[in-house]
Design a protein around this ligand. Structure first.
Ligand SMILES: O=c1ccn([C@@H]2O[C@H](COP(=O)(O)O)[C@@H](O)[C@H]2O)c(=O)[nH]1
Length: 474
């Protein structure tokens, strides 16, 4: 990603002036995502330096290929607004302006100015990382009838925006690449070569994630009806949280389900930890699930031969397939376990979806440690897409976008417990590892106020999903 040609004298002068006004700084900085970065670029300061602003405008214009023609300019708010203004004053090309907040009254327009339907607009941006904020301006312009195919950018952090925006039909014309900036600053003894090497390593390790589809967009490709329903439900209810209700009495279970119900997509149970479980417990849970629109997942982790799991899933004290929407199975016994579960589900006459345990959260677990295990579990699962809709896994993407990953071992702050549980944060699980659903137990049911804790996890999981969809978790 750090391939970059040498810069012209004018571009080098611009780099040095940006360093002079401390628009580019080195140290340790916490980014919006919580990641520590050795580099901080804040181009807002340029607004206070008119000479620099006009140098930025002329460099941006000079960096555009001749083939790029346009009838209007539109800066991405806020930092690039003065850049676009300076370019407009230089070239006499009119400007449009995107509102960050669309007013609830009046015209409710998101684009201000003399819009010409079909007119070609050049978007102007100060800095790109993933390209997410550029698209927040491109889309409303397109919605207003403008044609947008190019963006002029002062500085590309070279973390994936060019590729991302290209997939949205937008070509990036960057005046400066971050690697060129580093080269100039090292050559001019403005930054230590070791610091520059650190920054290059950081950039290489923190490339923008590929954009992932929304849950709803993936639902159409999911053959199991419960899996498809879960994906749609998550977008509708705006939650990707599953609470692991690991309590020991029916009263506690129902109290917890009622408290967290408004915030969850799935309630995960261990019916065999509930000492006084009866059929009424299942009936009451189903009523709560229907009232609050969440799914019931009995985490029984079937792990026997087909003939045995028919009886375990359909009979016994818990009659699981009579009330659970989701059940799960280990892959160890081989495909017969899925055949057995299919028999149990079909005789219950209800829609039930199965998750295969492809990985686990506990330290030293063999599903994760043995190299061939996860791929073999995935291969087994995807042969029965009308029954199996996904995985218990520590990452997303297993089995492709038609499969859902649900991840246990989630806690704010990470860490672990004394018995081998390993925790990751909602942001890491959904944003970085690309899983779809966070499963949270003690972080919620042991909290003083489980409903408030569920709300907090719901918001964290959802924010990570939204960032992932925009591809801008950096
Ligand atoms: O690999 C796995 C599979 C399942 N679990 C279950 O998830 C919850 C986690 O509870 P916490 O209190 O949040 O640790 C629990 O029901 C486990 O049985 C898992 O943790 N890891």
């Amino acid at each position: 990603m750090c391939s970059a040609g040498p810069l012209s004298a004018a571009h080098r002068a611009l780099v040095l002036q940006l360093a002079d006004v401390e628009a580019i700084k080195f140290g340790s900085f916490t980014l919006k995502s919580g990641i520590q970065s050795p580099l901080y670029i804040d181009l807002r300061v340029t607004v206070s330096y008119p000479q620099l602003l006009s140098l930025i405008a002329s460099t941006l214009l000079a960096s555009l290929p001749q083939s790029v023609t346009y009838e209007a300019l539109c800066g991405v708010p806020y930092t690039a607004l003065p850049f676009a203004t300076a370019m407009s004053l230089d070239t006499k090309v009119p400007m449009l302006m995107r509102r960050k907040e669309v007013k609830a009254y009046g015209t409710k327009k998101s684009i201000e100015g003399a819009i010409k339907p079909g007119g070609v607009v050049l978007v102007v941006e100060d800095l790109v990382t993933s390209g997410g904020s550029v698209m927040e301006t491109v889309q409303p312009l397109r919605d207003a009838g403008c044609v947008v195919t190019d963006v002029a950018v002062l500085l590309d952090r070279q973390q994936g925006a060019v590729e991302r925006l290209a997939s949205d039909g937008v070509a990036v014309h960057a005046a400066l690449g971050v690697c060129q900036v580093l080269d100039v600053l090292v050559e001019e003894a403005r930054v230590d070569p070791a610091v520059a090497a650190d920054v290059r390593a950081f950039l290489a390790a923190n490339q923008a994630a590929p954009v992932t589809k929304t849950y709803t967009a993936r639902a159409a490709g999911v053959k199991n009806s419960v899996g498809a329903r879960l994906l749609r439900l998550m977008d509708t209810k705006r939650t990707n949280l599953s609470v692991a209700a690991d309590v020991t009495t029916a009263a506690e279970l129902l109290r917890l389900a009622a408290a967290v119900g408004p915030h969850i997509a799935v309630l995960k149970t261990h019916a065999d930890t509930v000492s006084d479980w009866t059929d009424d417990t299942a009936t009451a849970l189903r009523l709560l699930a229907d009232e609050h629109d969440f799914l019931l997942f009995e985490d029984r982790k079937f792990a026997d031969i087909g003939n045995t799991v028919v009886a375990q899933a359909g009979g016994g004290l818990h009659k699981i397939v009579n009330w659970a929407d989701i059940i799960n199975a280990h892959a160890v016994p081989g495909p017969g376990i899925l055949s057995g579960l299919r028999v149990a589900v079909e005789s219950a006459g209800r829609s039930v979806g199965v998750l295969v345990l492809a990985q686990m959260s506990s330290a030293g677990n063999l599903a994760t440690a043995l190299p061939g295990y996860t791929p073999a579990a995935v291969a087994m699962a995807v042969t029965e897409p009308d029954l199996v809709f996904g995985f218990i896994a520590m990452e997303g993407g297993l089995g492709g976008e038609a499969c859902v990953s649900m991840t246990p071992g989630v806690k704010m702050g990470g860490g672990g417990d004394a018995l081998g549980q390993q925790y990751a944060t909602p942001d890491r699980v959904v944003g970085t590892a690309g899983s779809d659903v966070i499963i949270v137990g003690r972080g919620i049911y042991k909290a003083d106020d489980p409903a408030a804790a569920a709300k907090e996890y719901r918001e964290a999981g959802w924010a990570a999903y939204e960032r992932r969809c925009r591809g801008d978790q950096l």
